[in-house]
Design a protein around this ligand. Structure first.
Ligand code: PLP
Length: 344
């Protein structure tokens, strides 16, 4: 039985053409700054994001952790949206590495400048933890792949900078946000001091993220990466996959978004709770009310028919579309999931 794997968009495998590009990549020791394939990718991504410099790192999690190292001090408070990757999916790394604490603003991953203001604490108070950073996740993973409205991004970052706060964009899914919103990566990244993007999600690369910002920040980021054990050597073999993906362009993400929509609309007919307004990119999150089977049951039943999805919480399921599934796969998966939800 062929599996249709919708657990994550990280399950894609590199195509033959991507592998060929990786095999052919010129490489050198990146710790000496001598890997031409890494240098090329870093310059290209910095330019795409409108930043002075970028640094290739092994994962989106490391990119986020480097961002915190650059922009906070232990004991600081960081304003973040609900259920952010940096607080929910990094095994406590933010507390462990940066020693920061978080305050949640807004709901569903989104928040406004007023929410930021309400959470903000000044750095001259005798008992409050100083707010030194605001983090925005775009698109927001646990928010269902929702695009953070750019008007809010701009007003939040303006308010943060006016208050002496830094701004960080967890843009692991920024390519999806760009395609869904019709805005350039540079426009989406402009309000932020430091930005990350992932190659291993929608772009279909096997490994890698980049963190970008000012030249000064990236000099410090090189040392932070080293401290985390993330410095690599002939990593051009990995970076070449990123260059291959950027050469291909990322308009194909619109197909993933249409496939997620198709899946979501079918699931909405089953009695599962799904906010179709949040299905803007390649993620479909639905909740199973008490009269329907729980997430573990739906995941098991669908799995028995070759459709793999994730239990995100006891009554919450996530399905994610990507390069390795097409519309026919998603149509089939939608029927299997609908059956798994409605079977008695
Ligand atoms: C996947 C993801 C990350 C982390 O990526 P890894 O490469 O798995 O560490 C960070 N932020 C968001 C929003 C993500 O979706």
């Amino acid at each position: 039985m062929r599996h249709i794997d919708l657990r994550s968009d990280t399950v894609t495998v590199p195509s033959a053409a991507m592998r060929a590009a990786m095999a052919a990549a010129p490489v050198g020791d990146d710790q000496y700054g001598e890997d031409p394939s890494v240098n090329r990718l870093q310059e290209r991504v910095a330019a795409l994001l409108g930043k002075e410099a970028a640094l290739f790192v092994p994962s989106g999690t490391m990119a986020n952790q480097i961002g915190l190292q650059l922009l906070t001090q232990p004991g600081d408070e960081v304003v973040v949206g609900a259920e952010a990757h940096i607080t929910w999916h990094e095994a406590g790394a933010s507390a462990f590495n940066a020693g920061v604490q978080f305050v949640v603003a807004g709901a569903g991953g989104l928040f406004s400048a007023a929410d930021f203001q309400a959470a903000f604490k000044p750095d001259n108070h005798v008992v409050f933890p100083p707010t030194s950073l605001v983090c925005i996740e775009n698109t927001h993973n646990r928010g269902g792949g929702v695009v953070f409205p750019q008007a809010d991004v701009v007003t939040i970052c303006d308010a943060a900078h006016a208050a002496g706060c830094k701004t960080y964009l967890d843009g692991a899914r920024l390519f999806n946000a760009a395609v869904a919103s019709g805005r350039s990566l540079a426009e989406l990244a402009a309000p932020f001091d430091v930005v990350s993007v992932a190659l291993s999600k929608g772009l279909g690369c096997p490994v890698g993220s980049l963190v970008a910002g000012s030249r000064q920040h990236m000099l410090r980021a090189v040392r932070a990466r080293r401290r985390f054990g993330g410095a690599m050597r002939q990593s051009g073999i990995l970076a070449a996959a990123g260059t291959y993906a950027l050469d291909r362009g990322f308009d194909h993400l619109a197909v993933d978004h249409a496939n997620a929509r198709l899946l979501a609309e079918r699931i909405a007919q089953t009695g599962a709770e799904i906010d179709l307004a949040t299905v803007q990119t390649n993620i479909v999150i639905f909740r199973l009310p008490a009269h329907l089977p729980d997430a573990a049951t739906v995941v098991r039943r669908a799995g028995e028919q070759g459709v793999l999805v994730s239990a995100f919480a006891p009554r919450t399921v996530r399905a994610t579309t990507h390069l390795n599934v097409d519309a026919a796969d998603c149509q089939h998966a939608a029927e299997v999931l609908a059956g798994a939800i409605t079977a008695s």
